[in-house]
Design a protein around this ligand. Structure first.
Ligand SMILES: *Cc1c(COP(=O)(O)O)cnc(C)c1O
Length: 442
């Protein structure tokens, strides 16, 4: 394979073999990148990626491994575990565009992955590396989607999966996946950040193989989101890309993918990359807003967008680097803005989970701040499927969505009502044709 690969520390530049079981730098403890010395011809790559679309080979059918020259860290293709991840569509969204105040907006919907979120892009590469290292047990802390995805890929690979989830804080769609795919599902008494700390320590003390996004091999698969997007756009980059930010692995990965495509000459300019956080889980947005040089402590995270409910994001330094490469920004949006943006995305016929909707809410803000112009080309990444968390959607449309609530058949206790500005309530009607015709104006 015409590329040498190694692990390289993002701050002290120490390098390590890709077969070393490391999550962070053995010298200074900072994050690691999978790094390549590429020697490819640009046109050869473009032609090869395109030709593979006609192939039925399992690696060519994957929206990650179709770009395998750029993920050349594996020695043996037999280690690759793929479920045809990626290959996600780009949808035009006219109502969402109008809501944000621009002419044209496209959503790349990562929720259309095999387990319903972009985590599959990263899990195919992470589990592949787990097999290359002969791991038996893989583990992660998760707000839900990482565990759903890891459970599926571990099952396909025949590995034991152990997931650490904050008790009572993940959406049912996600919990059901991890149970169904046979993972040992540990409900930890604490939040995501506490679960993350535990699994990180255990992975250093035992032979658990850690598959959180601190693992640089996860991000290699996720960078393919950017590569696939650029290929779908015939290598004409958009002006702006927006992505939700939680643990900040995905923004880091997309930034790395864009930068590598630029360095290889596959694109001739970099899009601006904007990371959008929820106001209750916004350390990076605070850092940018207050011009700090390190990530502030925010205490406990609060947001109904549970996929991004993270106070202490592991990959923040890589996200900062990505934003610098791509001259972007990081801002936050409120619970009300997230809920309304989600309903507007829905009105375009596109269902996403709450965390994904921060992108449209953020875009509206960036247009208002004149950071995005109404004539520019914008792509927002929808990270997960509506089906992951249907309760949120139904509660919104029934005007029963609260920032803090315990739901039963009737709401028992609730605070922080989120207004259903764009509600589409179900209609009560008798089982009677005349009544129905009247209601539908037929
Ligand atoms: C994981 C996840 C995010 C956040 O991604 P990070 O890499 O943690 O920043 C956003 N949306 C959904 C649906 C997710 O599953």
């Amino acid at each position: 394979m015409p590329a040498r690969s190694y692990l390289k520390c993002i701050s002290c530049n120490a390098d390590f073999d890709v077969h070393d079981k490391l999550y962070t730098c053995a010298r200074c403890g900072d994050l690691l990148d999978v790094t390549y010395e590429f020697a490819y011809d640009r046109d050869y790559l473009k032609r090869t990626f395109r030709e593979r679309r006609l192939s039925n080979h399992p690696l060519d059918r994957s929206g990650v491994w179709r770009f395998r020259e750029l993920l050349a860290f594996y020695d043996d293709p037999k280690h690759i575990v793929t479920m045809s991840e990626g290959n996600t569509p780009i949808f035009l969204a006219p109502r969402s565009a109008r809501y944000a105040g621009i002419h044209k907006l496209q959503f790349k919907h990562q929720g259309l992955n095999p387990t319903g979120s972009f985590k599959d892009n990263g899990m195919t590469s992470g589990v592949t590396q787990a097999r290359a290292l002969s791991a038996r047990v893989v583990a992660c802390a998760s707000t839900g989607n990482t565990s759903a995805s890891m459970a599926a890929y571990a099952a396909q690979a025949g590995l034991l999966a152990a997931v650490f989830i904050p008790a009572g804080q993940i959406a049912f769609g996600k919990l059901s996946q991890s149970l169904d795919y046979g993972a040992k599902t540990l409900q930890i008494d604490g939040d995501f950040d506490a679960a993350m700390q535990l699994v990180l320590e255990l992975s250093k003390e035992t032979d658990l193989y850690l598959l959180n996004s601190v693992n640089p091999f996860r991000l290699e698969g996720q960078k393919a989101i950017a590569i696939e997007l650029l290929e779908q756009l015939d290598w004409q980059p958009p002006d702006h890309i927006l992505v939700p930010g939680g643990n900040l692995g995905n923004s880091s990965a997309i930034g790395k993918g864009l930068k590598e495509c630029y360095d290889l000459g596959l694109i001739d300019r970099l899009p601006k990359l904007h990371v959008i956080q929820a106001a209750g889980a916004n350390p990076l947005a605070i850092m940018y807003n207050s011009k700090l040089t390190t990530l502030p402590k925010i205490g406990t995270a609060h947001t109904l967008a549970t996929a991004i409910k993270i106070a202490n994001p592991v990959s923040w330094k890589k996200a900062v680097r990505a934003i610098e490469w791509c001259q972007g920004s990081c801002i936050d949006v409120t619970e009300q803005e997230i809920a309304d943006a989600k309903a507007i995305i829905g009105s375009d016929g596109i269902g996403c989970e709450p965390a994904s909707a921060v992108t449209l809410a953020g875009l509206k803000r960036l247009v208002e701040a004149s950071i995005v112009d109404k004539d520019e080309n914008v792509v927002a990444i929808l990270t997960g499927s509506l089906m992951k968390d249907p309760d949120y959607t139904v509660n919104y449309h029934m005007d029963k969505l609260y920032e803090k609530a315990i739901y039963h058949t009737e709401t028992i206790s609730a605070q922080g009502h989120i207004k259903a500005s764009f509600a589409n309530k179900p209609l009560q009607v008798a089982a009677d044709k005349i009544a129905i015709r009247k209601l539908l104006g037929l």
